[in-house]
Design a protein around this ligand. Sequence first.
Ligand code: NAP
Length: 316
Amino acid sequence: MSEKMMQTIQVRRYGGPEELVLESIPCPRPGEGEVLVRLHAVGVLPIEWKVRQGLFGRVRPSTFPYIPGSAIAGVVEEMGPGVTGFSVGQAVFGRSNNGGYAEYTTAAVETLALKPEQISFAEAATISGGATVAWSALIENADLQPGQRVLIHAAAGGVGLFAVQFAHWQGAQVIATASAANAQFVSSLGADIVIDYTRTPFEELARNVDVVLDTMGGEIMTRSMRIVKRGGILITLLGQAPSQQEASYYGIRAIQNTPTFPFPSTHLLQDIAHLMATGQIRTTIARTFPLSEASQAHALSQIGHGRGRIVLQVAP
Ligand SMILES: NC(=O)c1ccc[n+]([C@@H]2O[C@H](COP(=O)([O-])OP(=O)(O)OC[C@H]3O[C@@H](n4cnc5c(N)ncnc54)[C@H](OP(=O)(O)O)[C@@H]3O)[C@@H](O)[C@H]2O)c1
């Protein structure tokens, strides 16, 4: 019997978006505890162009060729050994560690959940790496409480749009940064104050906050530490660890986001999907591209000024 083939995007060396090349390779087979997913949509996360550029090449070198992409949504095509709780033909979403820019991928069932009918595959592909990260940072690690003040940087982005909604839903006072073009959008998500970071230094309007969600790093992270009240917390999503010397000087905690594994768990994915299916939170898709245009999708993501998540639509 001839081997089943699939279209996929492969990266053979570090470089620009042109290194994302459409190729035909054998379809993977699901291992123990995994399913084979026929993909409909996959989210494009900033980490994927950072890895492609080789920004983590020293600390976490890539093995070539590799297939980028992890935030998946599709239909279960085949069950691996030992899998229970899922069946062939079910619509699922979540995280794959085996490359999502493809027609098929394998994924561990512990990082998958059933997709509610009310949300599309493209919408479901915005949850992993976006909503799941916002939840683990704000609700789990920062333990955000009703009435607290939170500053969320890059609130119009694929993480920020969920972070604003979770914080608002939790009853916190939400201060958010976005460019003027996204101010109305961020307000509509539940932000009480939107700071146009291109015109106003955030320190002018955000002071004595309980929690900062830092999605920018660098000097924005450093400046953000100064506006956290004593006893408060800054959580960064970036690779650069916050200075513990400065944190203790200000009397705050400053940490990198550390999710609990498996991440995202079926349970977390289900909870978020339920909030979306019942209209309590919503997602936004910045733009969709076909799989063959993954390089254009990366080029757009690298600009760093979007509204919502870019998605590759692999199948309708
Ligand atoms: N460690 C983790 O687990 C993890 C997970 C997910 C994401 N991340 C990281 O978190 C960051 C955000 O991810 P994302 O998926 O939300 O990115 P994204 O969807 O590409 O969002 C980019 C957003 O950044 C905003 N922005 C750009 N410059 C800004 C500035 N100076 N101040 C405030 N906002 C600014 C843009 O808004 P305007 O268009 O209004 O300028 C845009 O909406 C990325 O660096 C990503 O790698 C880490």
